[in-house]
Design a protein around this ligand. Structure first.
Ligand code: SF4
Length: 472
């Protein structure tokens, strides 16, 4: 199990497709750059020039994977791109995306965000019928299903393929000379369509990618919609699934998405600020100031401060120049990993009662060392408020949460967590408060990591292979 350096679960993946633009690969590159927070392990772009598809992909961050030269090697007016953090399938170059196969002369290419919860049984079925898989990723199943349906006309092949997979599936495809965008009927992961000012379309996981490449938001790809971009015309849609309720991942609003994005039609910055305001209503604490640990909790802290009237201060300063590798400290340099990135402002904290606003606590270990650093800097009382309810259940739909045994809230009461982290008090936002902050109805969301009500249960094989053995 891998974690980011703030002890938070990792983002899943990010998608960016460009259609009908002469600089498609270059714009996809900038789109991926805006979506880098959704996956930092690998990046890739597949471009189509009307004749063939070329792919460039590698391990690493977007600016490390691509250069002017590699982008020049991706000609064409259509491109799909992917940034990845592995949630199923090992982290190695074979598992980078977009994935491409040739089948009966057609080049099929896919980039996928989400986890398929019937992937193991589908893969077994396909292997028994002769399919040979190149990777260990669930995304490859989509290509095999498309190949199985190669004899069908496109709309029917797409419908049969995507209704066969269950779980979270936002995807971009190149097939039969067309760009195709798909979102599963629950709509777990976001996917939106924008129009480029310089002509053509963009499809991206988040609206921040549309902003960067120079375009405007048109609409979301609806849950249960397949959008086909073809012939330079207006895109057309299929709805192969029966109509049902959406189950948007609320964690996108709490933590994953960029605050400058609109996700599920709601601005993330405003939602996080409202979460802080509602927290102030629910958890009244007397303190000298409110502070976030940058950058988690920044916007909820603004909301909490505004609603409570308690001033907002930046009690720790972030060093923005921490590289990915540095010389390891000696044993005597206690809490080095915390301090190198975030250093408390000693004169501000001395003798003060502070409220830390955080967006989540997953294992609690990072929170513990951060709180200790504030105590060392002289803080007299330390309270913590969290802008979501306790995370007690694992995620099956593409977020790298740990198993329940590693989630601190699954094992301990709120008082025990406060004690473990070293806090004077700890308060979580209620489930109702979190939903209220979005302005949407509770039924619109997946809330499974908080309440254990999974919109789609994984099949037995998935449970055994992926959840039983831990994700890669
Ligand atoms: S279980 Fe949690 S993290 Fe996973 S999709 Fe549902 S709300 Fe999102």
């Amino acid at each position: 199990m891998l974690w980011d350096d703030a002890g938070k679960p990792r983002h899943e993946c990010g998608l960016c497709g460009i259609y009908h633009h002469e600089d498609a690969a270059k714009l996809a590159y900038f789109g991926l750059f805006a979506l880098q927070h959704r996956g930092q392990e690998s990046a890739g772009i597949a471009a189509y020039d009307g004749q063939t598809v070329r792919v460039h992909k590698a391990m690493g961050l977007v600016p490390d994977v691509f250069s002017e030269t590699t982008l020049r090697g991706l000609p064409g007016d259509t491109a799909i791109g992917h940034v990845r953090y592995s949630t199923t399938g090992a982290s190695n170059v074979i598992n980078t995306q977009p994935l491409m196969v040739t089948h009966k002369g057609d080049l099929l290419t896919v980039a996928h965000n989400g986890n398929l919860v019937n992937s193991i049984s589908l893969r077994q079925e396909l292997e028994e019928r002769g399919s040979i898989f190149q990777t260990t990723m669930d995304s490859e199943i989509v290509l095999h299903l498309m190949a199985r349906n190669a004899g069908e006309e496109l709309d029917r092949a797409l419908s049969k393929t995507f209704t066969a997979v269950k779980g979270a599936c936002s995807a971009l495809m190149l097939a039969r000379g067309k760009m195709i965008a798909v979102r599963d009927p629950d709509g777990f992961r976001p996917l939106c369509i924008g129009k480029l000012y310089s002509g053509g379309y963009i499809v991206a996981s988040e609206t921040c990618a549309i902003d960067l490449v120079g375009g405007y938001y048109l609409r979301d790809v609806e849950p249960g919609e397949v959008v086909i971009f073809s012939g330079g015309e207006e895109p057309r849609s299929l709805f192969p699934w029966p109509k049902q309720n959406s189950h948007f991942c609320i964690f996108e609003q709490v933590y994953f998405a960029r605050p400058d994005s609109d996700i599920f039609g709601i601005n993330v910055y405003s939602t996080r600020k409202r979460m802080g305001e509602i927290l102030a209503r629910e958890a009244k604490i007397d303190a000298d100031f409110v502070m976030p640990f940058p950058d988690s909790g920044n916007y909820a802290a603004i909301g909490y401060s505004r609603a409570s009237g308690i001033p907002l201060e930046m009690g720790v300063i972030r060093n923005h120049y921490v590289g990915r590798t540095f010389i390891q400290p000696t044993q005597s340099m206690r809490d080095f990993n915390v301090r190198i990135k975030l250093n408390p402002v000693r004169s501000l904290l001395q003798g003060k009662r502070v409220i830390i606003v955080e967006d989540s606590i997953i294992r609690g270990t990072t929170g513990k060392s951060r709180v200790q650093s504030l105590r060392d800097a002289g803080a007299r009382e330390i309270h913590m408020v969290i802008s979501c309810p306790p995370s007690r259940f694992p995620c099956y739909y593409g977020i790298d949460f740990p198993s329940s045994s590693q989630l601190i809230a699954a094992e301990k009461t709120v008082a025990e967590i406060a004690d473990y982290i070293g806090l004077d008090s700890l308060h979580y936002l209620s489930l109702e408060g979190m939903v209220e902050a979005t302005g949407l109805k509770k039924e619109a969301f997946c809330l499974a990591c908080f309440d254990g009500n999974y919109p789609i249960e994984p099949d037995r094989a998935f449970h055994k292979s992926v959840l039983g053995g831990g994700t890669d």
